[in-house]
Design a protein around this ligand. Structure first.
Ligand code: GLU
Length: 289
């Protein structure tokens, strides 16, 4: 029987087939949901339509099934949920403001570089659009001196000073698409997600998401960020860094390799069923709380 108090999710972006990095994130969130007898949802994050690869969503779902991961309920697609993002954006009212700055203008301001490599927004349009500028993106006004901290179940204490480390961030992009930060917060709240388990590449997005949750009156879930899988050059695995697709026809070795990244010592298993039993055992021993 499912524990109704726990709702987890795996939220892949359909920009290509699953690779080892995404399998590790999926495995961790799946094991954590099963450990807590909870619900495990799958949400296809295809909000950035320019990066969406046709058919990648179905390939990801088939891959999850081939690897023995069964989700609960219906899969949702962000591209079909735009009305929810629009409504949340409207609720933000004057916390959101129109920005007419180009990428170059922001880079030239040299206020600082955010942890994700983007330039910190200098606040040029905070008080209204400057003469001659037209609205491009919409940004969220971050309160002065706002520091957000949380306890991550894997990484420990995390704290970020939003004004200097991130700045007023984008909610609606210049190309008209909703930004990941807004969509993910709206969806996690709408789907009543209680536990977010994902890769540590998103660790520095979490304070932004907590900030948005507070503005929207949404509860803050618990977080667990697993180590990022890197290639031999130390780069995060992704399509851009040449990550290979997983071998769906030989799932067991891939599963065992993914488990090793999670520091789960799963040995001597001959079938997918045995793999999951053993991996679940190991995960439970560490993350039952
Ligand atoms: N769609 C994001 C990705 O594939 C993950 C979002 C999340 O788990 O919050 O990187």
């Amino acid at each position: 029987m499912n524990n109704t108090a726990y709702i987890g999710r795996f939220a892949p972006s359909p920009t290509g087939p699953l690779h080892m990095g995404s399998l590790v994130a999926a495995m961790a969130s799946y094991l954590d949901a099963r450990t807590h007898h909870g619900t495990w949802l799958v949400r296809i994050e295809d909000i950035d339509e320019g990066r969406t690869v046709p058919g990648a969503d179905e390939a990801i779902l088939q891959c999850l099934q081939a690897f023995g991961m069964r989700w609960d309920g219906e899969v949702v697609w962000q591209s079909r949920r735009k009305a929810l993002y629009e409504a949340a954006f409207a609720r933000l009212g004057s916390h959101a403001y129109a920005c007419g700055c180009t990428r170059r203008e922001i880079a030239d301001s040299r206020i600082g570089i955010a942890s994700d490599g983007a330039a910190v927004y200098p606040g040029t349009c905070r008080g209204g659009l400057a003469e001659g500028k037209t609205a491009r993106a919409w940004r969220l006004r971050i309160a002065d001196d706002c520091r957000i901290g949380f306890t991550d179940r894997w990484q420990g204490e995390v704290s970020q000073h939003l004004p200097s480390e991130v700045g007023d961030f984008v909610l609606r992009r210049a190309d008209g698409f909703w930004a990941y930060q807004l969509a993910v917060v709206v969806d996690d709240a709408d789907q009543q997600v209680t536990d977010i388990v994902r890769g540590a590449d998103l660790l520095d997005s979490t304070p932004r998401q907590i900030y948005l949750q507070r503005l929207l009156g949404a509860p803050t879930p618990r977080y667990l960020h697993v180590p990022v899988v890197t290639n031999s050059a130390g780069e995060k695995l992704s399509k851009q860094t040449g990550a290979l697709a997983l071998d769906v026809l030989r799932p067991l070795p891939e599963l065992i390799r993914a488990a090793a990244y999670l520091e789960l010592d799963v040995n001597g298993v001959d079938t997918i069923e045995q793999f999951w039993q053993s991996a679940l055992h190991r995960w439970q021993a560490r993350f039952r709380d």
